[in-house]
Design a binder for this molecule. Structure first.
Ligand SMILES: *Cc1c(COP(=O)(O)O)cnc(C)c1O
Length: 428
């Protein structure tokens, strides 16, 4: 498997881009070796600069639930582009995407579009603070909510991968307003509320954690957060940037029947183009400028190309059986990986919700960040490199999700499971 061209590109990139990458985890540092540079993607496959082909289970970190370059998305983006790429003014398309989100997620009565998930979470928290007049925010260890200053505290995968629980450059004064609790520990959150009586604006949580590897909420955990927020007058914010339209059209909140005050979206709703969104009850969203005093803006927000791509993907997901197919493929991969680990005699735990999953190299159960962090990351790095050499492209960190898309075939899932079986045996 040649890597010459990717290596040359990486050397070239490193001269002008810090670390050669525009997002740290792409540098492959956690798994050793050098990153592959990707030339093109079609359906479930990508091809790198050296012409190597891979079955892709990263899906651009989640957005590509319909695979690479689906005809519907390409057509929608092309049609939009030919009519002008940006106006910085209102268009009908953005209303259509907002209407679709509101229709599928009943807790969202109004929604504001942004250009990234980071902007969505950052803005949702500003709104929560503006509405409640409080500064404190509770987040869970290992949950990632984008790279806004006050959210880069115990922020999961990217940070965990580099052994930096927190980023440099975040003023201590900002971080002081961010209180953290272990995921799935409701008593801990209750204690924070007691000790910061009346000071908490919001609890923000990934309802299914995806950035410390996939960790589902324990039974009653999300209900517990809902009750605590209601009791203490704080807003509950679900960060569904990964889970929104991934686990169902209604997201994790529909699956677990818990109603947040605000919800953040990203990834899938942009169909592979840069989009985020945050929304919630009408009375809360009315706090945003120009209706209310909380400022939030974006030159490219509601961009016609991005919105067109998002609409096209949501239309694919609305077809009958889309989520049944995702569940079927997800179950096949999850069961296969689990069995492969058992056959190879490797202690492992498979956490899965629908088409998102993580194979953790530890005996489990894996219910929070400490559990995930205790897993064997050296084994993961060996496994990762073996899988890559067999043409299976996984996220280059032990703390990430593996995503199945509608473009994967059952045969490809079987191929991935066979590769995993071999990789686990070779690297035992
Ligand atoms: C990816 C992600 C974000 C940040 O979105 P960007 O578009 O990368 O800024 C926020 N929250 C969660 C849960 C994410 O997975």
């Amino acid at each position: 498997m040649g890597m010459d061209r990717s290596e040359a590109l990486f050397d070239r990139a490193k001269r002008v881009i810090p670390g050669g990458v525009n997002s740290p985890v792409r540098a492959f540092r956690a798994v050793g070796g050098k990153p592959i540079f990707i030339k093109e993607g079609h359906r479930s496959r990508i091809e790198d600069a050296d012409g190597n082909q891979y079955i892709d289970f990263v899906a651009s970190w989640g957005p590509l639930i319909a695979g690479h370059a689906p005809a519907e998305v390409v057509a929608a983006v092309s049609a939009a582009a030919s009519q002008g790429t940006s106006f910085g003014a209102s268009t009908e398309l953005e209303i259509a995407l907002a209407e679709k989100i509101c229709a599928h997620v009943p807790s969202v009565e109004m929604v504001r579009l942004t250009s990234s998930g980071t902007e969505a979470t950052m803005s949702a928290l500003r709104l929560a603070r503006g509405i409640t007049g409080r500064d404190g925010v509770i987040k869970m260890e290992g949950c990632y909510h984008g790279h806004a200053d006050h959210l880069l505290v115990k922020g999961g995968s990217g940070l965990a991968t580099f052994g930096e629980p927190d980023s440099a450059g975040v003023p201590a004064d900002f971080a002081a307003h961010t209180l953290t609790a272990p995921f799935n520990d409701i008593d801990n959150v209750a204690r924070i509320f007691e000790t910061h009586n009346g000071g908490i604006a919001a609890v923000i949580v990934e309802p299914i954690a995806g950035n410390m590897g996939v960790i589902p909420p324990a039974p009653g955990y999300l209900d517990g957060l809902r009750d605590l927020c209601t009791k203490h007058g704080a807003l509950l914010i679900f960060d569904e940037v990964i889970t929104g339209f991934r686990v169902g059209l209604g997201g994790a909140q529909a699956q677990y029947r818990v109603t947040p005050d605000l919800t953040c979206f990203g990834k899938i709703i942009g169909g592979g183009l840069p989009v985020g969104a945050f929304g919630g009850r009408r009375d809360l969203m009315a706090g945003l400028a120009p209706l209310g005093p909380v400022y939030q803006a974006g030159t490219l927000s509601g961009n016609p190309l991005a919105v067109s791509a998002g609409l096209a993907v949501l239309s694919i997901l609305e077809r009958d059986g889309a989520y049944d197919q995702l569940e079927k493929l997800g179950a096949k991969l999850g069961t296969g990986l689990k069995k492969a680990a058992q056959n190879a005699g490797v202690p492992a735990t498979l956490n899965r919700v629908g088409s998102m999953m993580t194979l953790f190299f530890g005996p489990g159960p894996i219910g929070n960040f400490a559990d995930a962090a205790a897993c064997d990351t050296d084994r993961f790095a060996r496994f990762y490199r073996a899988m890559l050499s067999k043409g299976i492209y996984l996220a280059p960190s032990a703390f990430e999700a593996t995503f199945v898309s509608l473009a994967h075939t059952e045969g490809e899932i079987e191929q991935a499971v066979d590769a995993a079986q071999q990789a686990l045996e070779e690297t035992r």
